[in-house]
Every structure is written in structure tokens, then in C-alpha cells.
Design a protein around this ligand. Structure first.
Ligand SMILES: C[S@@+](CC[C@H](N)C(=O)[O-])C[C@H]1O[C@@H](n2cnc3c(N)ncnc32)[C@H](O)[C@@H]1O
Length: 223
């Protein structure tokens, strides 16, 4: 087969798979009972200090559930990592996946949009997850909690992401961590400005996300 045709087929297959994962995620959200505000599809967000992606559908600005499942299994194959934080958690999908496949792990989602936090707390309560495991906060300006794993999907501006990564760097002096970067912005910032992530343990790169590890020595599983 002509190699260009091969590549085009491959790209189409990946796009189709991604679209399928988003469709499946929409069905899961509906099954869980999420109620989302109407989105003005195609209308750009007003310029505000905060990037909440509110002009997009929740399927567009959240990581699909199947991908989150792959991430959890790849990052923690041995069920050792006990604390996970999602910086910019939207509707808490990572917490929902962890609740199923790592029920012993503690999840905290920090989200700047109050409506998303309230709706997630409502659904968490309904499905038996702790509602306080998602809370209102600004990851760029507050003290971030210690955790074994941080998930960052392009939550804000480059400056905001940089600020959060600097906070994580301070925490990493005393606490080893894994950082999952999803999206182009956060990965570009890590690759450019944060060699402490990946200096000893080489990063693992996937299509939509990369897994980085701080260089501190690993101790026993963290609480
Ligand atoms: C791209 S979405 C990712 C959602 C989720 N982590 C996922 O992957 O499914 C980014 C989220 O970060 C939130 N956000 C933006 N700036 C933030 C900030 N400074 N602190 C906390 N959350 C923020 C947005 O409101 C949005 O819900």
C-alpha cells in the first residue's frame, strides 16, 4: 500500500476512535445523571482572566473515560499510588474512574468553576463518592496539596500552568511524584522549563498525554 494512503487511513482510524471514546463518555455521563449547562457551540468564550472552556461541550474539554482508564492502569499498574490530584478537574471524571478501579486511592479535584464543582458534588454523592473530593479552587494561586500523582490537562493560561508546576517542583523536593500532562500546552511547558520532571526517569509519551516522574527517590506507597 502507498505509505501516504496508509498514514491517512491510520489518522482516520485514530480520529474515529477518539470520536467513539467521546460518544461513549457522553453515554456514561448521561447514565451517571450529569446535567450540563447549555453550551454555545462554536461561539468563542468571552475574554476573561480564567480559561474555563465554557464555550465548548463537556465532551470537548474533558478527557474521555476510556483514556482515563488507560492512564490509571499505565501510571499505577501495581496499585501502589494512593493519592491523586486533578488540577482543573471539571466534572471529576478522574475521580469517577479511580472510584471504580482504585477504590483505595484518595482523589482530590480542584476546579475554578463553581457550577461544575456543585454538579460534580451532586453526582458524586449520588454514586457513593465523597462530595468533598472535588472542591472550588485556583490551582495557579493556592498551595497545592501533596499527592503521589498529579493530572494536568491544559487547565489555564501558560502563566497559570507554569505557576502550578513551580508549586509542584517545591513539593517534589520532599515528595516523589508522577505528573500526567495532557494536551499540548502543559507538555510544551514541562519539556521547556521543567527538566526536574524526566531528568532521571525518562518521560513516557502517548498521543494525548505524557507521564513524567520527579527525580526524588521513591519510598513506599504514599498516603
Ligand atoms: C481542559 S479542562 C480538563 C478537565 C479534566 N481535568 C479532564 O481532563 O477531564 C480544564 C478545567 O480546568 C478548569 N480551570 C481553569 N483554570 C483553572 C484554575 N486556575 N484552577 C482550577 N481550575 C481551573 C476549567 O474550568 C476546566 O474545567
Amino acid at each position: 500500500m502507498d505509505w501516504l494512503l496508509f498514514l491517512e487511513n491510520d489518522l482516520r482510524t485514530r480520529e474515529n476512535l477518539y470520536a467513539l471514546e467521546k460518544e461513549l463518555s457522553a453515554e456514561i455521563d448521561a447514565g451517571l445523571g450529569f446535567k450540563f449547562p447549555d453550551t454555545l457551540s462554536g461561539v468563542p468564550a468571552l475574554t476573561t482572566a480564567t480559561e474555563t472552556w465554557s464555550h465548548l461541550s463537556p465532551q470537548a474539554f474533558q478527557t474521555p473515560y476510556p483514556e482515563l482508564l488507560r492512564i490509571v492502569r499505565e501510571v499505577d499498574p501495581d496499585f501502589r499510588l494512593r493519592s491523586w490530584v486533578d488540577l482543573g478537574a471539571a466534572y471529576g471524571r478522574l475521580g469517577i474512574v479511580l472510584g471504580k478501579v482504585r477504590p483505595e486511592a484518595k482523589f482530590l479535584g480542584i476546579e475554578i468553576d463553581e457550577g461544575r464543582v456543585q454538579e460534580t458534588q451532586r453526582v458524586f454523592t449520588k454514586i457513593g463518592l465523597a462530595p468533598e473530593s472535588i472542591r472550588l479552587g485556583n490551582c495557579a494561586s493556592e498551595n497545592l496539596p501533596v499527592a503521589a500523582v498529579y493530572f494536568i490537562y491544559d487547565f489555564g493560561s501558560a502563566e497559570e500552568i507554569e505557576s502550578a508546576l513551580r508549586s509542584l517542583q517545591k513539593i517534589a523536593h520532599t515528595h516523589p511524584m508522577r505528573v500526567i500532562g495532557r494536551g499540548k500546552r502543559v507538555r510544551a511547558i514541562i519539556e521547556k522549563n521543567h527538566p526536574w520532571l524526566g531528568a532521571v526517569h525518562p518521560a513516557v509519551h502517548r498521543l494525548h498525554y505524557s507521564i513524567y516522574r520527579s527525580h526524588a527517590e521513591e519510598g513506599p506507597a504514599q498516603e
